[in-house]
Ligand binder design. Structure first.
Ligand code: FAD
Length: 317
């Protein structure tokens, strides 16, 4: 059997979105010599979007991929060691935390910062994928502003979908909300359903599903099928928002860290601390409420500061 390589590090950061890179910038400047593994999506979720207009410091807006290259450059300039690789297994049973990379290399870390983010769930339509970033979006707060005064559609039936529909109703001329079940089967709380129904420019399509998003270079409409009558119609819209949930990338931490019912990591409120001493979590993997680049970056900063305190209390840095 091949001998496993083992490397000891002070501070290991898992994930390269805004949370991971911000943690790396702070940890490097605090002389913690952070090692960061990027995972399969170097730069994180913002690398699959086009323009980001709400990240402070970019008055003209910035392309998501370009912004994440800047995050990485800044972390490297501060001395962070950025590497390709995926964390595939962990063992948080001892004072030294073990994380396996690509099932072959073992990292033994005094402190671990988990910044593995979350992935939006999609319907799985070809047209949805093709027009992603060109009117198809999984984030109303991020992209609603681009469609001010336009007709938009949203699919989803939970509280988040209702919240996003109401958010969009303040920007768009009309919001076409596609709900798979009937009025009785909607997942959202009664309060949120009532708010949707009381919003004059939200039209709900009950018992309906999305057949396809139409358009060549950008979204031009959505074809909706009523599952009771079988009727189909194409509604002209400029944007199609998918609000059917997110999946936090927390699978490898199951059994080691506390998670809520949707698999988000649980941290002590107001901190980035998980239930395991020396293991911290930041960004979307522990945040199902805000899910923004700036909040992810802010919590990455918190995680590095918490880790720095932990390591100095232990006399390790
Ligand atoms: C289409 C779209 C548009 C958006 N637009 C905006 C916007 O305009 N403004 C805004 O503020 N927010 C926007 N967001 C939300 C924003 O992208 C997220 O809130 C933010 O990226 C979360 O940052 P994060 O660092 O927590 O995680 P992510 O960006 O999700 O990054 C997670 C990182 O973890 C890595 N990873 C995962 N698992 C592992 C593993 N096992 N080992 C190693 N690495 C791993 C991934 O490779 C990735 O690098 C948008 C999101 C989407 C999907």
């Amino acid at each position: 059997m091949e001998k496993e390589t083992v490397e000891k590090v002070h501070c290991l950061i898992v994930g390269s979105g805004p949370a991971g890179y911000t943690a790396a910038i702070y940890a490097a400047r605090a002389n913690m010599k952070p090692v960061l593994y990027q995972g399969i999506q170097p730069g994180g979720q913002l690398t699959i979007t086009t323009e980001v207009e709400n990240y402070p410091g970019y008055p003209e807006g910035v392309q998501g991929p370009e912004m994440m290259v800047n995050f990485e450059k800044q972390a490297v300039r501060m001395g962070a060691d950025i590497r390709y690789g995926l964390a595939t297994k962990v063992d948080f049973s001892g004072p030294v935390h073990k994380v396996w990379i690509d099932d072959e290399k073992l990292i033994e870390a005094d402190a671990v910062i988990i910044a593995t983010g979350a992935s939006a769930k999609w319907l799985g339509l070809e047209s949805e994928q093709r027009l992603n970033g060109y009117g198809v979006s999984a984030c109303a707060v991020c992209d609603g502003f681009f469609f001010r005064g336009k007709e938009v559609a949203i699919v989803g039936a939970g509280d988040t979908a209702c919240e996003e529909a109401i958010y969009l109703s303040k920007l768009a001329s009309n919001v076409h909300m596609i709900v798979r079940k009937g009025e009785d089967g909607m997942k959202a709380s009664k309060v949120m359903q009532d708010r949707v129904k009381a919003t004059p420019n939200i039209k709900v399509y009950w018992n309906s599903e999305t057949v396809e998003v139409t358009g060549g270079a950008k979204v031009e409409g959505v074809t909706i099928k009523n599952n009771v009558s079988g009727e189909q119609q194409t509604v002209p819209v400029s944007a199609f928002f998918v609000a059917i949930g997110h999946q936090p990338n927390s699978g490898i931490f199951k059994g080691w860290l506390d998670m809520d019912e949707a698999d988000y990591l649980i941290t002590t409120p107001g901190t980035s601390k998980t239930k395991v001493e020396g293991v911290f979590a930041a960004g979307d993997v522990q945040d199902k409420i805000y899910r923004q680049a700036v909040t992810a970056a802010g919590s990455g900063c918190m995680a590095a500061l918490d880790a720095e305190r932990y390591l100095s209390e232990k006399g390790l840095v």
